[in-house]
Design a protein around this ligand. Structure first.
Ligand code: 5AD
Length: 371
């Protein structure tokens, strides 16, 4: 085994402080055998800490209307080519019911960012209704961007118990390059703190292989996750979108797709080794750059999948990046496909179980009741 990897494993084992340099040395592994060793070690830790059970979160994309104008994102406010939509209450309930009946046990409500009262009340109301139709049994993660403490509280009280808010990059300078001036890095951190304080299981993540991003940045991202003591991670490769400013800047400066895939898998593996019992998603972006992205993610240490269950008529309008898969995939068909793929790599599906972050449970043993 590579000496740096051996050293890293030993340090994490005895909880010795890990430096960005330690992580960089792992991100820089370049021999296939050494990289596979890294994934295998991460997989062993995953099995020990969170088992080989994969949890499904049915993803419902509520709306692509967004107040934000992030330079990398396909549904940014200034992209006039997007047909904007807002899902109806009945459509959300129908999708939630489908997830529940198909034993997914959890859903994720994700949306472009809207801070108006109408939207905030819509979400509050829908959370209560989802809880009601599922007899409190459906777990709900929300991923709705930056809001006030009061809004986060309202949604928590209405039934959401996990929140995803990616920091996108923990390097403030890079963050500022990727966003317009009125998007605040400090506010994003502040939001993560509010979310945590309220008692949500808190998830964050970054994009990997962004133009201008270094391995030191990625190493610091992982240290950021540790320092913030987060419960869940959703991270994946940056994928250009044609109608975005970064796409033009990125041309010629991007690291190749295969490298972005490899870096993303290394990030998952290091996150698993470093943070042990958290939940880590194998994201759609991984699946976008590789047909076997999900499986590779699971084999490198991820334990959550987020199958898209949004009504098919909306899916092509929620394109954060080009090449998003499953635009016309029937839910039941995709479920069977996933079952086969997961079984083929020797893993199980945690049907009817929330599969909460064990990391969170360790600290807030009484905060949520699992089913
Ligand atoms: N490539 C990869 N991920 C992206 N996201 C947005 N745009 C892109 C892109 N071009 C991710 C961001 C955001 C999440 C919902 O989608 O990390 O937080």
């Amino acid at each position: 085994m590579n000496d740096n990897l051996k050293d890293f494993l030993q340090k994490t084992n005895i909880q010795e402080k890990i430096s960005a340099k330690d992580i960089e040395s792992i991100l820089s592994l370049n021999k296939t055998q050494e990289i596979n060793n890294l994934y295998n070690e991460a997989y062993l830790i995953k099995k020990k800490e969170v088992s080989n059970t994969v949890y499904f979160r049915g993803l419902i994309e509520l709306s692509n209307i967004c107040n934000k104008d992030c330079y990398y994102c396909g549904i940014r406010k200034s992209n006039k080519k997007v047909k904007r939509y807002m899902i109806s209450e009945n459509e959300v309930l129908k999708a939630a019911k489908w997830a529940f009946e198909h034993r997914y046990a959890s859903i994720v409500l994700q949306s472009g960012e809207r801070n108006d009262d109408e939207f905030i009340s819509f979400v509050e109301n829908i959370l209560k209704k989802i809880k009601k139709i599922s007899n409190n049994k459906l777990g709900i993660t929300i991923s709705l961007g930056e809001h006030s403490l009061e809004t986060y509280k309202r949604w928590f009280e209405a039934g959401a118990h996990r929140y995803l808010l990616r920091i996108e990059t923990s390097n403030q300078k890079l963050y500022n390059k990727l966003h317009p001036k009125n998007h605040s890095f400090e506010n994003r951190i502040d939001c993560l703190k509010k979310i945590k304080k309220i008692g949500y299981q808190t998830g964050t993540g970054v994009m990997i292989g962004l133009p201008g991003q270094t391995t030191l940045d990625l190493a610091n991202d992982l240290l950021f996750f540790k320092e913030m003591d987060i419960d869940m991670i959703g991270m994946g490769p940056y994928i250009p979108h044609n109608e975005t400013p970064i796409n033009n800047i990125a041309q010629g400066k991007m690291i190749p797709k295969e490298k972005r895939l490899e870096l993303s898998l290394k990030m998952i593996a290091i996150a698993r080794i470093l943070l042990k019992n958290i939940n880590i998603a194998a994201t759609t972006a991984l699946e976008t750059i590789s047909d076997t992205g999900k499986e590779l993610g699971l084999k490198a240490g991820a334990n959550v999948l987020m199958p898209n269950i949004t009504d098919i008529k909306y899916r092509s309008s929620y394109k954060l990046y080009d090449g998003k898969p499953c635009l016309a995939e029937d839910n039941s068909h995709y479920q069977h496909y996933l079952e086969n793929r997961i079984q083929a790599i020797g893993e199980k599906i945690g049907y009817d179980k929330w599969g909460d972050s064990l990391h969170y449970k360790a600290y807030f043993a009484t905060a949520s009741t699992n089913i």
